[in-house]
Design a protein. Structure first.
Ligand code: FE2
Ligand code: FE2
Length: 356
């Protein structure tokens, strides 16, 4: 259990715009894992930032924490039309994820928002809350596969069907988005190559919100079979930045060498949210391939800084030891070893007695 001071130390990293974005992301995930009112407060304070990517992730994390104390912040963000659509979308989705029915009226109101991504998100969140009210989660939803990713999803998975049937439901644009999302999460839970390829076909559908969610679940599954479709969406001229961002992060979480090459190419993208996603994705990739102990390492880094401080304080003693040590080594090499070396050479140069 982290102390209030430790939470505050991580919070200060998160709110500081001078810090690297990747470091701030790690601080955010650390706070999400720690939870509690102070963590929520630090996350809430960061909505004044100018990175839409970071702010949408703040909202996402507040939703995943499922702590009702985050509701007032999320309501404010959803209502704030100066916030970017992807940030407001994530706030609406987070309100649905928390699952308190007191936000139902607000979500119904914003189901008519002129920003289509926000409207569709709120429609989905309303359906999720209605599903919760009807006791959907308590029924145990027999015949569905469980979510192996521990995420709170905007819709429950559909009943188990064949991949072909789920694909048909996924791609049928005449169905409500909620039903198509249910097929999406059922396919994700299956996680087979066939299911992954069916999901990838969803990247051609007309709703940008839907396509971005496909990118998100493909990132969860981390199946290399989805790389070509994710790459195509990232490279597609005119594709919605929210979709391209999700595809970049998915490539990062798949973590293959070829993913890294693709992301390196888009690291300088003119769309800020895509550029920043590539940076964060490459950082995650470093984690996937590297030796770092945990991705959300805000506290570890902090402890590392304390260690660094201790080392700095020991500097005068350390410097003394190093100087004495180096001097002894130099004296040994110059005076003793050279002497011994000469003697050895002289001995070897003497004519040796041949055996009889
Ligand atoms: Fe999203
Ligand atoms: Fe996202």
């Amino acid at each position: 259990m982290a102390s209030e001071q430790e939470v505050a130390a991580v919070g200060k990293i998160l709110v500081n715009p001078k810090q690297d974005l990747t470091t701030r992301f790690r601080a955010l995930f650390t706070l999400r894992n720690l939870g509690g009112p102070e963590a929520i407060e630090w996350i809430s304070q960061t909505f004044v930032d100018d990175s839409a990517l970071l702010k949408h992730e703040l909202a996402y994390c507040l939703g995943q924490m499922q702590d009702e104390r985050a509701i007032p912040t999320l309501e404010t963000v959803l209502k704030d039309t100066t916030q970017e659509p992807m940030v407001r979308h994530e706030a609406g989705e987070a309100l649905g994820a928390i699952g308190n029915i007191k936000v139902l009226d607000l979500l119904k109101e914003y189901s008519e928002d002129p920003v289509i991504e926000v409207a569709e998100t709120c429609q989905l969140a309303v359906r999720r809350l209605e599903w919760l009210i009807s006791g959907g989660d308590q029924k145990g939803e027999k015949g569905t596969d469980g979510n192996p990713y521990c995420s709170v999803d905007p819709a429950p998975p559909a009943q188990r069907k064949t991949v072909h049937e789920l694909r048909t439901q996924l791609l049928d644009e005449s169905l409500p988005l909620f039903e198509r999302y249910r097929a999406m999460f059922a396919l994700r839970n299956l996680g087979t190559e066939e299911a992954v390829l069916a999901l990838g076909d969803g990247l051609q559908c007309s709703s940008a919100l839907f396509r971005h969610e496909i990118g998100y679940v493909l990132g969860q599954i981390q199946h290399p079979a989805s790389i070509p479709q994710l790459q195509a969406a990232l490279e597609l001229d005119g594709e919605n930045a929210m979709v391209r961002h999700e595809c970049a992060e998915a490539l990062g979480s798949i973590g293959k060498e070829e993913c890294m090459k693709i992301l390196e190419r888009y690291r300088k993208d003119t769309e800020r949210v895509v550029k920043e996603s590539c940076e964060v994705a490459l950082d995650m990739l470093e984690y996937e391939n590297g030796t770092q102990f945990q991705y959300a390492d805000g506290l570890l880094r902090l402890q590392g800084e304390h260690q660094h401080l201790r080392v700095t304080m020991m500097h005068p003693i350390m410097i003394g030891i190093v100087i004495v040590n180096t001097s002894i080594t130099v004296i040994y090499w110059i005076f003793i070893l050279t002497e011994a070396f000469h003697r050895k050479i002289e001995e070897e140069d003497k004519p040796k007695d041949n055996p009889a």
